[in-house]
Design a protein around this ligand. Structure first.
Ligand code: ADP
Ligand code: MG
Length: 364
């Protein structure tokens, strides 16, 4: 990873307001390394597109600096930034063939015909659309059009490519296939990609790092595994993956550990994340796959609570069990269907347990 000094893209104290009153991007600081695949992930309205548009040059920052390769680009117009772009609805020119669509960004840059033809061929081959240069967009499927949009973004060898929900309009299977294609292109071309999505699965599978946005701020910037395993706050824990939540109050703080008195009276050990004081309210978060219901599997120091099975769903490779635990009726365990893993019956009284390190005490 690159340190902020050698960042390829840098946002420094960037703010954006459309109406001069409310900020939709609030003091954004973000350094993106050369060759990195960075995803901005967050709910609708959290400021992702606005941030990308400021980097592209279609929106201006109300405050702060945006730098590309060390140079302030706040006043550089979009076509002089050398950035490739793909958007969900970034339509191809319908009256032009695929070849003409790809030629356009090269003509704008004043490139000669033979060089253009070579670049177009290379870009179409890159997205496996070499045979389609003479088609018009209307003669292509949605997935093929999106491949052409990708080729058009890459045809002029940009060092930086921005993508805003580029696969949002495609069906699931094609979307997953295109995720791999984009990832491969990123790796083989060594380009820097800034990608926007509201789909956590897409963000986790494609990215080197993910910036989780909410309400105009980055809530956490981390690798996919860190985001999932070590969410910094309850927004991130709730937005990414499934998460069991047990409300309580901090009873004692220790070194890297704390005890929490749950609302129903049980006391459990947990790992303090963004809680610091005895008496503070907290939400203990535990991932469904970190919970065991075979007592002999409970690791040393694990916590054990009484539970009642409410629902047991057989999913083939997995079991999904919903339980009543410490007053919650929405406590879920995901377990692998391994040899000896017992199926459960609704109404059954069992014990559930986990490692204290997997119980994370977060802001409520
Ligand atoms: P996201 O891409 O995360 O869904 P956006 O950046 O599009 O979020 O929007 C952030 C906020 O800015 C939203 O409240 C949205 O309504 C507002 N917004 C976006 N574009 C404009 C615009 N052109 N004019 C006024 N408000 C806008
Ligand atoms: Mg958006």
């Amino acid at each position: 990873m690159t340190s902020p000094n050698e960042a390829f893209v840098a946002f420094e104290h960037v703010q954006k307001s459309y109406d001069g009153v409310s900020l939709v991007v609030k003091d954004l600081n973000l350094a993106i390394g050369k060759g990195e695949f960075l995803t901005m992930l967050g709910p609708s309205g959290s400021g992702k597109t606005t941030t990308l548009m400021m980097l592209a040059g279609f929106e201006t920052a109300t405050h702060g600096e945006i730098k590309l390769d060390g140079t302030n680009i706040n006043l550089v117009p979009p076509h002089k930034r050398g950035i490739g772009m793909v958007f969900q609805n970034y339509a191809l020119f319908p009256h032009m063939t695929v070849g003409e669509n790809l030629s356009f960004p090269l003509e704008v840059r004043g490139m000669g015909k033979s060089e253009r033809e070579a670049k177009i061929k290379r870009a179409l081959d890159m997205v496996q659309m070499g045979a389609f240069a003479n088609r018009r967009p209307a003669q292509l499927s949605g997935g093929q059009q999106q491949r052409i949009a990708l080729a058009r973004a890459l045809v002029f060898d940009p060092k930086l490519v921005l993508m805003d929900e580029p696969l949002g309009a495609l069906d699931k299977q094609l979307r997953e296939h295109m995720q791999f294609e984009i990832k491969h292109l990123h790796e083989s071309l060594g380009i820097t990609v800034v990608y926007v999505t509201h789909d956590q699965g897409e963000a986790l599978t494609m990215s080197d790092r993910v910036a989780v946005f909410n309400d105009g701020r980055i809530q956490q910037l981390a690798s996919p595994s860190d985001l999932y395993e070590r969410p910094d706050n309850s927004f991130v824990a709730g937005f990414i993956g499934e998460n069991n939540k047990l409300p309580g109050v901090i009873e004692a703080m220790g070194q890297g550990t704390c005890t929490v008195r749950l609302a129903t009276g049980e006391v459990i050990d947990a790992t303090p994340v963004n809680v610091t004081q005895k008496g503070q309210k907290t939400m203990v978060s535990i991932r469904p796959e970190r919970i065991e219901y075979k007592p002999e599997m409970f690791p040393e120091g694990a916590h054990v609570l009484d539970a009642e099975v409410l629902e047991f769903i057989y999913m083939g490779d997995m079991f999904r069990t919903r339980l009543r635990v410490a007053g919650s009726e929405d406590f879920v365990i995901k377990s692998r269907n391994t040899q000896g893993q017992r199926m459960l019956t609704p109404g059954e009284k069992i014990k559930v347990g986990w490692h204290p390190q997997d119980a994370r005490a977060l802001d409520p």
